[in-house]
Design a binder for this molecule. Structure first.
Ligand code: FAD
Length: 414
């Protein structure tokens, strides 16, 4: 792998940038691998990277039905935070935060992680009580979190309208939260995994999962059969479709979730603002566009597009809070397919089938967890047992009833 440094930038700049190598190979599919990951989103690629780097497994493939990072990974609004309510989730998301803080150096790829803070607004006294509770829980878990009042919000964003239909009473603020460049994350993990020998096979849809008795023996793809004893399903919105190929019925519903970006503007928005109550969130990308996320579309579907009234409501709410943006033009709108679990928490771990591992259910908020999701999934696949961080997130919790209800901290918020 060509190393990125100030010297390589200088050298290649002076030679008209003609000497750069391809960032990853397009290898031929081998007939057999030690492990195959289904889905080359951020989570699948991170899993492959940590399998190779931390567990020394090199004969691995990641198979992707489209192009790498073409799923939710490059469709999301890139909000990163770790201020969830329950101990189990806080630990998992905080592990991700710690990995984010060194990720560009680790991958030797600039994922543009920017810790500009994330604000969750409270619009009622009950919202504020919930915020106080969550901030206290965060602090007990060593997470940076504070409650800020309307004056502090106004100091950060002077043009915010606090007296909206849903008046702003205050917010929780996590200063270490922020945003990252979503496709850069997929590319960074892909490049680093490829350098460790991982085969990333694009345009290779998985069509079946073959088992003998209760053990995996391989997967069927449109490019042929791949023999393997370990398969990690990391297919986000298509998780239940892929799992059903192995006869597993997941407690997952797939829904559209939309986002949109405006034309570019000079830097004006210093942080990330989220509001669960009005189902909208907003930040500004380094390129200058306002990045706006909507609430979930309530019907189930695989269309990668949502309904018009959802974004209409989101924009109404944004403009009420930020009237200054009322004449900003919107450039693009799109949808992803989010995999929602009953307790708004992911499912990561073993399945009833030997050699089949699952990572899904991240719903509207999995981007922020990309590094730790890959980290614990790699451990689970390599060791054939969960890492202590993903043990509470087993599929079996829907049998035992040990749910981790994060609807308050997750909901549509990210
Ligand atoms: C509009 C929107 C905004 C969001 N905003 C945020 C946010 O601000 N912060 C946050 O933390 N999260 C956010 N999310 C959620 C986040 O994007 C996802 O939870 C996360 O990206 C999931 O990553 P992944 O790698 O599991 O999934 P994906 O990137 O979707 O990867 C799954 C891959 O599996 C592939 N696949 C599916 N079926 C098959 C098959 N049969 N064979 C082979 N490959 C297959 C797909 O093509 C896809 O590339 C948002 C999501 C959306 C849609």
């Amino acid at each position: 792998m060509q190393h990125f440094s100030i010297w390589s930038l200088l050298r290649n700049g002076l030679s008209y940038n003609e000497g750069w190598q391809k960032q990853w190979r397009s290898p031929e599919l081998k007939r057999e691998y030690d492990a195959v990951i289904v889905g080359a989103g951020g989570h699948g690629l991170a899993t492959a990277y940590y399998l190779a780097k931390e567990h020394g497994m090199r004969n691995i493939a990641v198979v992707e039905r489209g192009w790498l990072g073409g799923g939710n990974t490059a469709r999301n609004t890139t909000i990163v935070r770790s201020n969830y309510l329950w101990d189990e989730s806080t630990r998992l998301y905080e592990k991700a935060m710690q990995l984010w803080e060194g990720l560009s150096q680790d991958l030797n790829y600039n994922v543009m992680f920017s810790q500009r803070g994330v604000m969750n607004l409270g619009h009622s006294l009950q919202d504020m009580r919930d915020i106080e509770r969550r901030v206290s829980a965060n602090r007990l878990n060593g997470i940076d979190a504070e409650v800020i009042d309307p004056i502090q919000i106004k100091e950060m964003i002077p043009y915010i309208n606090l007296n909206t239909r849903y008046p702003i009473f205050g917010a929780s603020f996590q200063r270490r939260g922020g945003v990252a460049r979503h496709d850069g994350v997929a590319w960074g993990y892909a490049r680093a995994a490829d350098a460790l020998g991982v085969d990333i096979i694009q345009n290779c849809e998985v069509t079946g999962i073959r088992r003998e008795g209760n053990a995996i023996v391989g997967i069927e793809t449109i490019k042929g059969f791949i023999k393997t004893k370990k398969v990690g399903l990391v297919a986000a919105g298509h998780s239940s479709v892929v799992a059903s190929m192995a006869g597993i019925r997941l407690p997952i519903e797939s829904h559209p979730l939309q986002a949109l970006v405006s034309e570019s503007m000079k830097p004006i928005f210093p942080t990330v603002v989220m509001s669960n109550a009005i189902h909208a969130y907003i930040s500004q990308s380094d390129k200058g566009d306002l990045v706006i996320g909507a609430g979930i579309d309530s019907y189930a579907g695989y269309g990668q597009r949502g309904s018009f009234q959802t974004i209409e409501q989101t924009l109404k709410a944004i403009i009420e809070m930020f009237p200054i943006f009322s004449r900003v033009r919107m450039n693009r709108q799109w949808g992803g397919i989010v995999d929602v679990s009953p307790d708004a928490c992911p499912i990561i771990g073993l399945t009833p089938i030997k050699g089949l591992y699952i990572n899904c259910g991240w719903g509207t908020g999995g981007f922020k967890a990309t590094p730790s999701s890959g980290w614990v999934m790699a451990h689970t696949i390599a060791q054939d047992r969960p890492h202590y961080l993903n043990e509470p997130f087993s599929l079996n919790r829907f049998n035992t009833g040990h749910l981790i209800d994060e609807h308050g901290a997750a909901a549509v918020a990210h």
